[in-house]
Design a protein around this ligand. Sequence first.
Ligand code: ACM
Length: 538
Amino acid sequence: MKKVILFSLLIAITANVCAQNTLNIVPRPQVVEMKSGNFLFDKKVSVQFLQSDLNALADYMINQLSDRFGIKISKDKKSSKNIILSVDKKMSTLGNEGYTLQVGAEEVKITANNPRGIFYGIQSFLQTIPYEGKKEIPCLLIQDKPQFAWRGMMLDVSRHFFTVKQVKEFLDILATYKMNVFHWHLTDNQGWRLEIKKYPKLTSVGAWRMEKPGAVFFQKDSTLKEKEKRYGGFYTQKEAREIVAYAKDRNITVIPEIDIPGHSEAALAAYPQFSCRQQPQIVTNAYGSPPGASDNYCPANDSTFTFLENILTEVMDIFPSKYIHIGGDEVDKTEWKNDPKCQALIKEKNLKDEEGLQSYFIHRIAEFLEHHGKTIIGWDETLQGGLAPNAVVQSWRGIKGGITAAQLHHDVIMSPSNPLYFNRYQGDPKTEPLAAKWSINTLQKVFEYNPIPIELNSADGKYILGAEGAIWTEFFKTNDYLQYMLLPRLLALSEITWSGSENKSWQDFLKKMPYQFKLFEKEKWSYDSKDLEYEVKK
Ligand code: ACM
């Protein structure tokens, strides 16, 4: 008996070592056992799916095999060599997103509790196939599930607009690496990007700005020459729904962000009556706020709430997510300080100050959304003056806000700008294209980050839902540039959120990069490998 245990232990250890050395899967699966033998893709291979709702996933896999590797296989044809997709409720220990991938010499089997797990099993399976040489993969057994339920990436489409096709490609990249949340930053000072039928000026006015040469986001733009240029764009509701459906097919939930009460100059350029001063203003055409802009919604005006509730009603109709992100960050409260109506409201509601007024504002919006079955997410400034009940906090100014919120038993998404803002440099600023300079967020820094702060005890640590990276697009107006900032750092984020911090190895992660770069090249995703091991000198 002892001998058997010892033998199994040895197998397990060897299997693990073998896995580390031979598999290129990102994110790293939890348990891998290498077996003897290989599965060879030959003419006999067919895909079988045991439940009819797996049909679309079978098609997805067939297309990926063809696009990535030129492998052509048939579907649901009786064969002696099959790839079998099967939902099996007995796999409950693997949770909602886990899967088992068994590769034998004559059969590949992907099993999960539900189609979401099958999708992830397919992603892992695809990453076992070599790009060069024989299309042969080692026999193995993988049992895998994510460490965190929230594996997110935020994209700002206000500072620069990205087309539906480009957003879909962004989602393809997220899905490949098992990310499951797309946080869509749809509104900001520099542009309102979502059609709202009740308020057409939000897009006819708010989606467009005049860009001045040299004044745009610190960036000298030679293409602008001396002429001002109208810049902008927006998504129709039909297009936004199309994105939601595309994401859903890839296990990704889209969380819309409608930023309030600040970062709202584009909306207030269209409807200045909802600002305190009610003066005409422009959609911001530079980084920050133009002089004289009034960048907040006015809480002392009840019609502001009607306006926002009408907008949010349309937003809820488009986005079925449980969560709506309401921003809440960087609210300059000067106008509220100067406005007699706001000051009277502070007195009337017995609020402490303008921070209390912000909290009052967000509580009202949260109550409205809760009434419609939604939960709000706000940046960590929403802690000021008191959180709304059930509000989720997204911690970006470091991890402090996240720690405080978790200790108050609020759910938390960790997005400390250092290292999870991917609009910041990933390598040497001397050789990198222009990026945000506040920190250098190298691939290794992202990889080493653990979303659970050591300051939290294990009970409070459970409030950390996961982590999210963010790309603010002041500096990035092309899709190539955007992908360049995303890759390969997204892969490190996917490892910290899916694989977790136990047993992680930077060296093993680096070894997987050449294989992943082949995929980027195949897909024509823009990246550069030169900064892979760039270290920030202290
Ligand atoms: C933020 O970066 N202002 C959330």
